[in-house]
Write a protein that binds this ligand. Structure first.
Ligand SMILES: NC(=O)c1ccc[n+]([C@@H]2O[C@H](COP(=O)([O-])OP(=O)(O)OC[C@H]3O[C@@H](n4cnc5c(N)ncnc54)[C@H](O)[C@@H]3O)[C@@H](O)[C@H]2O)c1
Length: 245
């Protein structure tokens, strides 16, 4: 049985991870801003903000040890740098909030979890734990209006290898899943039907949104395979994001 901390476990990709891991008999704690403190379907939900040290420590304290962290908390927004119709620049606050949650928040959880994970016994590979971050293929293929999401995803991708190197001496692996487009509330609430059709067109095979369970499946494999470390793995059905005509 593994002890797992999942951020963003109330919804979407994180929720699928919580459900899969709990079904497999692992001990799962989720930290999420939008939940209340409760235990449901063998997942212990803690309400809190990944940017807040006390909230993260509270979630960490609910596990006797942490074998894996799957970081799925995050937000997305779409805006162009300048609105030439209203003649207004984009609000700096929106860009800052996006980076604060997606990048600073992720960093905050990692730095606090690493300490506890490093106290685990080593396995036969000399490893103590595994960390998975979630970024987006928009790190490299972003469209107009996606500057913020591109910047936060690129930051997480760039952090992956140095984090793996930072933590090599204590036997902690770090990998990132760069997702394409998945059927989660984040995508379903923010995208128009026109854009959803475009996403399907840009995703050749399978030509559909990803199922969050497919994300959870890969997260589990990354945790299980001791040789995968410092990698950014695209999970996107070969989605490439061409300029729209
Ligand atoms: N779904 C996609 O197609 C897609 C594509 C690219 C990237 N992503 C990224 O994957 C991650 C998960 O996305 P999702 O689709 O599951 O979204 P989602 O909105 O369904 O779930 C995200 C969860 O993160 C939580 N959260 C947000 N800010 C938080 C904070 N400060 N502290 C704690 N929890 C917080 C939310 O409450 C929510 O439950 C996000 O970082 C998102 O940007 C998703």
């Amino acid at each position: 049985m593994l002890s797992c901390l999942v951020t963003g476990g109330h919804s979407g990709l994180g929720r699928a991870v919580c459900q899969r891991f709990a079904r497999a008999g692992h001990r799962v704690v989720s930290l999420d801003l939008m939940t209340e403190d409760k235990t449901e379907d063998n997942v212990q939900h803690i309400r809190g903000d990944v940017r807040n040290e006390a909230d993260v420590q509270k979630a960490i304290s609910r596990l006797p040890k942490i074998d894996c962290l799957v970081s799925c908390s995050g937000v997305a927004n779409a805006f162009k740098i300048f609105n030439f119709e209203s003649k207004r620049p984009q609000r700096l606050e929106d860009f800052k909030t996006l980076l604060e949650i997606n990048v600073f928040g992720t960093f905050n959880v990692l730095r606090l979890v690493a300490h506890k994970m490093a106290q685990n016994q080593t396995d036969p590979n000399g490893q103590r734990g595994s960390i998975i971050l979630t970024s987006s293929i928009l790190a490299t293929d972003a469209h107009e209006g996606q500057t913020g999401t591109a910047a936060s995803s690129a930051a997480l991708n760039s952090m992956t290898l140095p984090l793996a190197r930072d933590l090599k001496d204590v036997g902690i692996r770090v990998n990132t899943i760069a997702v394409g487009f998945f059927a989660t509330p984040l995508v379903e609430r923010s995208e128009s039907q026109e854009l959803l059709s475009f996403i399907r067109l840009a995703t050749p095979c399978p030509s559909r949104l990803g199922d969050p369970e497919e994300f959870a499946h890969l997260a589990e494999r990354l945790i299980r395979n001791p040789m995968i470390n410092g990698s950014i793995i695209r999970l996107d059905g070969a989605c490439r994001w061409p300029e729209r005509g």
